[in-house]
Design a protein. Sequence first.
Length: 287
Amino acid sequence: MIRNLETLAAVVRHGTFVAAGDRLGLTQSAVSVQMRRLEEELGIRLFDRSKRTAVLTEEGRRVLGHAEQIVQLFGQMVRGVADVDVTGSLRAGAITTELLGNVVGVMAGFRERFPNVESHLTPGASIELLAMVEQQQLDCALIVKPAYPLEGVFHWRPLRQEPFALVVPLDETSDDVAWLLAKRPFIRYDRLSHGGSLVERFLKRKKYTPKESIETDSIEAIGLLVARGVGISIIPMTPALKIIGAGVRSIDLGADTFYREIGLVERTDNPRAMLNAEFWLALNPVR
C-alpha cells in the first residue's frame, strides 16, 4: 500500500504515468498496475483516464492529501526521525482573531516539538488567505469556511464553530435584543465579509433596522468600541475578545443563533501535509 501511495504522489507531481515511472525506475505499465490496485483497494476511481495527462478525480484529490501524510509519516518511522529532527518551514496564514486568540497560544508548544521547523505566520482576511493557499504562497491557513463548497485542490480540516451574539457594554442593563437594536447605536460587522453577510441575513430575516453608526471588518475593533460604550454589535464569540481585554457582555440570540465555522484549509497536493496536520492538531487538542 505504501509503495502504491508513493507512486500516486509521483504521478501527480510529474504529470504522467511515464514521467512518474522514469523517476521511480518503473515502466509505464507497472505504474498503471499499481494505480489500478490502489483504486481496487480503496474502491474508488482516482484518475480521469479520458485525459492525456494524469488528472485526478474529485475522490482522487481527497485521497492525495491523505496519501502525502501517510507517506511522510511512514518515511519518518522508517528513518526514525524524531519531531526535534524534522526540518523545513511551515507557511501558515490566519485571520486576525485566530492569530491572536488561538495561534499565539499554541506556538510555544509547537516550536518546542519542532524546534528546527521555521514558522512563517501571515495575517489576512479569509478570502485573501484562501487565494494564497490556492496559489501555493501558503501551506495552510486558518480561515472562516466560505458559504460555497471547498472542492478541487482544497482540503478542509474543521476546528470549531463560533456562535454569533449581541455584544453590549458591561453597564448595559437591558437584555431585550429587539429593543437594543432599535434604540442603541449599532456597530456593523462589515457586510462584505462572510461573517458580516451572516449578520445582514439575520437582521433582514428578523426585520430589524438598527441605528447604524460604524462599519468595520475588524472584530477586535468592534469589541473595543462596544467596551467603551460607543454602541452595540452582533459578532462571533471568538477567544480573541478576551485576549485583547474587550470588556463586553454577550446576549444570546436563542433559537435565532447562527454560527461561523473556523478551520484549516490546505491544498491536497501540499508537500508539507504532515506539518499542516501537526499544526491543526496543536490548535485542536481535544477532538
